[in-house]
Design a protein. Structure first.
Length: 180
């Protein structure tokens, strides 16, 4: 079974557990911290994957590192370490966030622009796209990309809305090339 499918199944189980217990928002908050720890501390994954370190030591280590976290979050990490799937933790967390956002009617996207967008510009675009996509709310992460020349490009999942000048120039170039 592919790791992406496995990660999605774990995330779905965590989403259901969080919904049943009414702790989904706490899960999201704690798993956000876990994701950041995994992203910035590569030695942690190396330690948890090491074949010579027994599961009891790995579990004790996870208890100590994540001592202030809920039992469900820590037990999930212990289970992943025991089953040799700890490296898919960030993917599980991404899927969990997606399930939570879908349930709340929230979409997330990256907005590429030549300069940092103002809060007013972001809010206007968020409300416009929320209506267009029939979502309660759209959250934009602004990424500065000077290669765009001007305009913006929005990436939401696998969909790209390209309103950049460089994108328009590429489309013009392709249409001129097909006429010859």
């Amino acid at each position: 079974m592919s790791e992406a499918l496995v990660a999605k199944r774990y995330a779905e189980a965590l989403f259901q557990l969080g919904n049943e217990k009414g702790t989904l928002d706490a899960f999201i908050s704690e798993f956000s911290t876990v994701k950041e720890v995994f992203r910035t501390n590569h030695e942690l994954i190396t330690f948890l994957k090491h074949p010579r370190i027994n599961n009891a030591k790995k579990k004790q280590f996870l208890d100590e590192v994540f001592s202030g976290f809920s039992k469900d979050v820590v037990n999930t990490l212990k289970l992943l370490a025991e089953r040799h799937r700890i490296e898919i933790t960030p993917s599980i967390i991404d899927h969990l966030f997606q399930f939570a956002n879908d349930a709340k009617g929230i979409a997330e996207a990256n907005v590429y622009s030549v300069r940092e967008l103002s809060d007013a510009e972001k809010k206007e675009m968020e409300s416009s796209f929320a209506k267009r996509l029939n979502k309660q709310h759209v959250r934009f992460n602004n990424v500065v990309d000077p290669t765009l020349i001007g305009g913006i490009k929005i990436r939401m999942g696998n969909t790209i809305y390209d309103g950049s000048i460089s994108g328009k120039l590429r489309r013009i170039e392709r249409s001129i090339g097909t006429r010859n």
